[in-house]
Design a protein around this ligand. Structure first.
Ligand code: COA
Ligand code: AMP
Length: 631
């Protein structure tokens, strides 16, 4: 039996033995009583009774082991023209001092801290400082607007918000503080204190008594030591799109997370301590949490924090410049980034100018990697290009080609096979398992391995109903797909209203809620249409209230602005179309799937249950006017 098959066999037959062995890579203040606590199934807990500190495992222990001079973090920021290196010793020192500063502001174990920051080293410092104190961070992506930030503040009721004066989007300076101030005003929960990093590009106005300057509080602080916490205590909350406007607070624990992530660096990515690993994502997403911050540091690697884009900062050679300059061994990003590079530099002229001799593999996730992009990247790089499937909920890959364990042949369109600990099945509508090659819903037999979310923040009932109740004994991924004869998994589409825009997860239902709030809108539908670079983009259809006479263009522009103001630019909502009616079934269900096919110029059959087939023609004409449905 090969290493992959043996690891999978053991992780499922003897999870306690498998993950108990993996836990030896982590320092524990107190060993666990049970590797897997199943006493409250279907809710499972890993390493119950154990105590540890994640920050100690990510930083201090590497210093204690004599690696203090090793580079922990490279901050590479083409938008500010900066490259800065932090050794493990230096990063530990900064984190300890910022933890001391947060403690002086009243933050203690279990308290929540919201971090709303651009891709600057201080964002990583703040995350690790929370872990050091046993506080729970909740990072909110900078591209979200004030109401989104406010809803997260209300849900996790932080004692402190850490932010910066601005982010930089290519050449544009985006002031963060006015957005934060608006969110703090909007939120019902009153946050007693903020710490603001003043960046030279933009000064934030400070509110006396509430807002504290990062530099000053860090300078005044006494370093704080690591506080051991229970393995099952939350390390962080990360909000992700659900089916409604209320985002889901995905909880990550300390123990299972540290064990699983440290293990993946070697087994999945084949990266050794001291090597340079780069996840070109954002700390606001799960990929950023797991593979910019925690996993590389837990494994003693050097991680790259890149404040820039794949194109435009300054050109489509940006990724190759970073890989060459810092000796990156493995790069992890989203296919959309590669589509953006492909569009600007199909021949790879930029690539040819860089020395990529230390670069071994490219991993892609966040959305399905289309076979064209895969073939292009393989042809250009002459290295493994690995599509791997995961979700905010799972925290690490459900399926991958585990280069460190045993490389398998790649099949275009498939993220390869389940990782050890993941028992992936395809179920039909009746809950019965589908034969190989047939499409159904993708589920994972419980328990999920360590690192996967144990619950939702203060919403256990929602966790059960969203993930565990549809198919008892299984976690419902929300994705549909199939498993072929060779055990390769193919992830085809979401079964809910989640869409993937530039590798970012959005809920069409949430956008609809915002549009429905426009005073002239009677009803609306939002669909995800195919986009050459971003994978999908949301399109909105608005039916106006009777008697509305204002110009349609004005209302459409207001709708677009409304989504930008309430959800954020990251929703990439640029197209709102006014229509007379929406296509519906006789029972009133909007035929979104058919609308998607029309937008994407994919052949469709008119559903038998449709109320009035003529509406589909009206939708097609409207879409054609907006540049869709051209095929
Ligand atoms: N703060 C403020 N605004 C932000 C932001 C941030 N942190 N991140 C993005 N935005 C804004 C962008 O400026 C853009 O605004 P605009 O409508 O005014 O132009 C909007 O949000 C949409 O951003 P995005 O979809 O990222 O588009 P883009 O054109 O800037 O970049 C890609 C496109 C493909 C290059 C980029 O999305 C990318 O690199 N994606 C990688 C995805 C990724 O990291 N996924 C995580 C999982 S691996
Ligand atoms: P997120 O929680 O933002 O990471 O988004 C998770 C969702 O993105 C998954 O449920 C899938 O729909 C999609 N996804 C992520 N990675 C892949 C992949 N490699 N192949 C197909 N879909 C993916």
């Amino acid at each position: 039996m090969g290493a992959y098959a043996e690891a999978c066999r053991r992780a499922l037959a003897d999870p306690e033995g498998f993950w108990g062995d993996a836990a030896a890579a982590i320092d524990w203040d107190r060993p666990w009583d049970r590797v897997l606590d199943d006493s409250n199934a279907p809710l499972y807990r890993w390493f119950a009774g154990g105590r540890l500190n994640t920050c100690h495992n990510a930083l201090d222990r590497h210093v204690a082991a004599g690696h203090g001079d090793r580079v922990a973090l490279i901050y590479d920021s083409p938008v500010t023209g900066t490259v800065q290196r932090f050794t493990y010793a230096a990063l530990t020192d900064r984190v300890a001092r910022f933890a001391g500063a947060m403690r002086a502001l009243g933050v203690g174990p279990g308290d929540r801290v919201v971090i709303y920051m651009p891709m600057v080293p201080e964002a990583v410092v703040a995350m690790l400082a929370c872990a050091r104190l046993g506080a729970v961070h909740s990072v909110v992506f900078g591209g979200f607007a004030a109401p989104e930030l406010a809803s997260r503040i209300d849900d996790c009721t932080p004692k402190l918000v850490v932010s910066a004066s601005c982010g930089i989007e290519v050449a544009r300076v985006i002031a963060y503080k006015p957005l934060l101030d608006a969110a703090l005003d909007l939120a019902r929960h009153k946050v007693p204190a903020t710490v603001i990093l003043q960046r030279p590009q933009c000064a934030a106005a400070m509110q006396l008594g509430r807002d504290h300057d990062w530099t000053e509080v860090e300078k005044a602080a006494a370093p704080a030591a690591c506080v051991p916490v229970a393995a099952t205590d939350p390390l962080y909350i990360l909000y992700t799109s659900g089916t409604t406007g209320q985002p889901k607070g995905i909880v990550r624990d300390n123990g299972g997370h540290a064990v699983a992530l440290a293990w993946t660096m070697g087994a999945v990515y084949g990266v050794k301590p001291g090597e340079v690993y780069w996840a070109a994502s954002d700390i606001g997403w799960a990929v950023g949490h797991s593979y910019i911050v925690y996993a590389p540091l837990l494994a003693g690697c050097t991680t790259v924090l890149y404040e820039g884009k794949p194109v435009g900062t300054p050109d489509a050679g940006a990724f190759w410049r970073v890989v060459a300059q810092h000796g990156v061994s493995v790069l992890f990003t989203a296919p959309t980034a590669f589509r953006a590079i492909k569009r600007e530099d199909f021949e790879g002229r930029h690539l040819a100018q860089h020395d990529l001799s230390r670069f071994r593999a490219l991993f892609l996730a966040g959305e399905r990697c289309d076979p064209d992009t895969l073939a292009w990247a393989e042809g250009l790089l002459h290295r493994p290009v690995i599509d791997h499937w995961w979700q905010t909920e799972t925290g690490w890959a459900i399926c991958a080609d585990p280069l460190g364990l045993e490389a398998m042949p790649v099949k275009p369109g498939s993220p390869t096979r389940p990782m050890p600990g993941w028992d992936v099945r395809v179920l039909g509508p009746d809950g019965a398992e589908m034969p190989p090659g047939e499409i159904g819903v993708l589920v994972c037999r419980l328990p999920m391995p360590p690192g996967a979310a144990p619950t939702l923040w203060q919403a256990e009932a929602r966790f059960r109903s969203a993930y565990l109740e549809a198919y008892p004994g299984f976690y419902t991924t929300g994705d549909a797909g199939m498993i072929d004869e060779d055990g390769y998994v193919f992830v085809m589409s979401r079964v809910d209203d989640v869409i993937n825009v530039a590798g970012h997860r959005l809920s069409t239902g949430q956008i609809e809620e915002v549009l429905a709030g426009h005073p002239d809108v009677a009803e609306c539908a939002v669909i995800g249409a195919a986009d050459e670079v971003k994978g999908q983009v949301p399109l909105g259809f608005l039916v106006l209230k009777a008697g509305v006479t204002r110009p349609h263009e004005t209302i459409a522009a207001e709708a677009v602005q409304r989504v930008r103001d309430q959800i954020g630019p990251i929703a990439v909502f640029k197209t709102a179309m006014i229509v007379d009616r929406l296509p519906k079934t006789r029972s009133g269900k909007i035929l979104r799937a058919t609308m998607v096919r029309i937008a994407d110029s994919v052949p469709y059959t008119t559903p038998a249950t449709i109320d009035d087939p003529a509406i589909l023609d009206e939708i097609r004409v409207t879409l054609q006017r907006s540049g869709y449905s051209r095929g």
